[in-house]
Each structure stands twice: as structure tokens, then as C-alpha cells.
Write a protein that binds this ligand. Structure first.
Ligand SMILES: [Zn+2]
Length: 142
């Protein structure tokens, strides 16, 4: 999660919504990414989507059943769907979604039945970076 948080900090510095994701396979990091929607001018370039793509490419497989994703913020509905289709083994999440509309849990989106989901790891650090980012954005607008 510390590395996912570092990725979120990189995103923050790029003026991207600071969300970072890391995927491990047999305790080795095979993907580390952050949100790149602004940089790529692509509304679906979320950290999780980029990490899944990177991991499947690295392993040369369609499903990443034996992988774990560490992500700083609860995945959105789109990413939860992508994680479902990836059949990822485990998701370790930092903070819960700030906005219920963006929460996959709140909206009743299901992960793959075999995916283990854990939340609240380094919760305070993970939520702080997001809150600071939006505070910073608001201050800039004043
Ligand atoms: Zn997402």
C-alpha cells in the first residue's frame, strides 16, 4: 500500500486525481500505476484499469486470479466491473469512496465471487491525499 500511495503522490504532482494502484504476483510487484485521465485525455484511464492492463500484459494472461491489487481508494463502478472481469484474487483497498455515487459497494456492484476484498489499510493516509487534492483545487479557484 505504501507503493500505491507513492503512485498517488506522483498523480497529485501531475494534477491528476491522486489514486495509485499496485498489482503483485507471488509477492512481486508486476504493475504500479496511478490515475492518468488528464495526461492521457482519457476518462477511463483510472489507476486500476491501467494496472490490470499492465499485469495481464506482463503475465501474458487474460485473468489475474493469483494476483493482489493494492489501491488507495475504493474502486469506482467501472473499475469494479473491470476487476470482476479480471477475476483478480484479492483487492486490498485504502480508503472508502468519498462520494456514494462513485462507490461500487454502495451501488451494489459485485466483484467476482472468488475475489477477496479488504478495505481500510492505511486508510487515513489514503483519504488525506484525496481530500488535500480537492482542497488544493478549490483554493486555486478562489
Ligand atoms: Zn475507476
Amino acid at each position: 500500500m505504501k507503493i500505491a500511495l507513492k503512485e498517488a503522490i506522483i498523480a497529485f504532482k501531475k494534477n491528476e486525481v491522486p489514486i495509485g494502484a499496485v498489482i503483485t504476483y507471488k509477492n512481486i510487484i508486476i504493475a504500479k500505476t496511478h490515475n492518468l485521465t488528464e495526461t492521457m485525455n482519457n476518462s477511463i484511464a483510472h489507476a486500476e484499469i491501467l494496472a490490470i492492463s499492465s499485469a495481464t500484459k506482463y503475465l501474458g494472461v487474460k485473468y489475474i486470479r493469483k494476483c493482489t491489487m493494492y489501491v488507495t481508494l475504493e474502486p469506482c463502478i467501472m473499475c469494479a466491473g473491470a476487476l470482476f472481469w479480471s477475476k483478480i484474487g484479492k483487492i486490498v483497498c485504502g480508503a472508502s469512496a468519498i462520494d456514494n455515487n462513485k462507490s461500487f459497494l454502495y451501488n451494489g456492484i459485485k466483484l467476482h465471487p472468488k475475489t477477496i476484498y479488504i478495505s481500510g489499510i492505511m486508510k487515513n493516509q489514503c483519504i488525506s491525499i484525496i481530500k488535500n487534492f480537492f482542497l488544493f483545487k478549490r483554493i486555486k479557484k478562489l
